[in-house]
Write a protein that binds this ligand. Structure first.
Ligand SMILES: *Cc1c(COP(=O)(O)O)cnc(C)c1O
Length: 405
């Protein structure tokens, strides 16, 4: 077999479908959020406005976060030096886990090297340890949750997105005495809609199921203290496991779960991708700790974030741009096919210095390819106007569909 040729053909297939991923090479500048320098292939540079960062509030550049990380690196050095079990549990990790547990009103929390790993490790362990466990999973759940559920080798029933009736049908059909785990997200990252958490918890109570909630796109952003949608809706105590990331609104890197002391202990004790990997750098833990502490009182940032998002959606609607029905800070604009989505993104980048990455299958279903905008508190009215001007031009040049304003 010609191995190189085989894999090159796999790449060609993606290119022909128009969904080959090209990374923009950027350098962000602390203090100038959302501006970044873009490095081009021809060796030149360009300044762009980033419209698709998941560092939703710019916390990755916050002076207090940077200072905490500088201090930690000078005090302790760069890395943890081992797995959590073998010399890698630093004071910084313990402090951060305490803070995260308190943030979500739980007894304990556990850190992972990413949100992806936290989902993969926790779901595969929890469901995998319970013989005969049946998982009930929202059809739009993130790839990391799907990896965890697969890893558990449990029986899985998929319910239609946010569809309580379908979920109840599936729960009713399952054996009464089987252990059950309902797995879902709060804010869905590509549509910006929000799960009916209370009603799902009611169903969990009725059918004796555990609940696992991914709050990755909500922590730092919702709730009085930024604890997420479950905090906003007073439901944190009804969720068995809350999972979050330190890489999005917290602005650093890493992932975690918060739950009862027993559940945290069992994942700590059994999850392979927690046990057999070097602990997160204490520098990252120190930065994340400071960021969470700042976020707990950052109501002004959260309010401004929501206002910017509402303003962007309104501007899109007024211009007949097909903004999808999001009820969160996420602003998706429907394009509907992969090559057009790529061309639209390229034109915005090259002609307007506007960076928004095309979102294609398998991140979203085919036919719903989109541009996903994440306005931050630092995006100004001028930036919004410039973006709308660019989009109007792109929509005209490529003959993309508009909706009645
Ligand atoms: C990004 C994301 C994750 C993974 O978090 P990372 O910290 O980036 O690994 C998990 N769940 C959802 C819904 C996400 O969007």
């Amino acid at each position: 077999m010609d191995y190189q040729r085989f894999f090159a053909d796999k790449i060609t297939a993606l290119q022909e479908e128009g969904r080959y991923r090209v990374f923009a090479e950027l350098e962000r500048h602390a203090g100038q959020y959302p501006h970044a320098t873009r490095y081009l292939d021809d060796g030149t540079e360009d300044v762009v406005v980033v419209w698709c960062s998941n560092d939703y509030l710019g916390m990755g550049q916050h002076p207090d976060v940077r200072n905490a990380m500088h201090a930690a690196i000078d005090e302790t050095g760069a890395g943890a030096g081992g797995t959590r079990n073998i010399s890698g549990t630093t004071h910084y990790h313990v402090l951060l886990e305490r803070e995260l547990a308190a943030w979500h009103g739980k007894e304990a929390a556990l850190l992972f090297t990413s949100g992806y790993i936290s989902n993969e490790a926790s779901l595969s362990t929890l469901a995998g340890l319970m013989p005969g466990c049946i998982i009930f999973s929202d059809e739009l759940n993130h790839a990391s949750m799907i990896a965890g559920m697969r890893g558990s080798k449990s029986d899985k029933r998929i319910f239609r997105h946010n569809d309580l009736e379908h979920l109840e049908d599936l729960l009713r059909d399952a054996p009464l005495d089987a252990p059950k785990l309902i797995v879902f997200e709060s804010v869905y990252s590509m549509d910006g809609d929000i799960a009916p958490i209370k009603e799902i918890c009611d169903l969990a109570d009725k059918y004796g199921a555990m609940t696992y909630l991914d709050e990755v796109h909500a922590v730092g952003l919702y709730g009085k203290h930024g604890g997420g949608i479950a905090e906003r809706e007073g439901l944190m105590d009804r969720i068995t496991v809350i999972e979050g990331t330190l890489g999005k609104a917290v602005g650093v890197m890493g992932g975690y779960i918060a739950a009862s002391a027993t559940i945290v202990d069992v994942i700590r004790s059994y999850a392979s991708s927690f046990i057999f990997t070097t602990a997160l750098s204490p520098v990252l833990a120190a930065g994340a700790l400071k960021s969470v502490q700042v976020l707990k009182t950052a109501e002004h940032l959260r309010a401004r974030h929501q206002e910017r998002s509402a303003t962007l959606k309104r501007m899109f609607r007024e211009n007949g741009l097909p903004v999808m029905p999001s009820v969160s800070h996420i602003v998706p604009l429907l394009v509907g096919n992969a090559p057009c989505c790529k061309r639209a993104s390229d034109m915005l980048l090259n002609d307007y210095g506007i960076y928004v990455q095309p979102i294609n299958y398998p991140t979203v279903p085919r036919g719903t390819e989109r541009l996903r905008f994440t306005p931050s508190p630092m995006h100004t009215n001028e930036m919004i106007e410039h973006l709308v001007e660019g989009l109007n031009e792109v929509w005209s040049v490529h003959g993309l569909e508009r909706v009645a304003a």
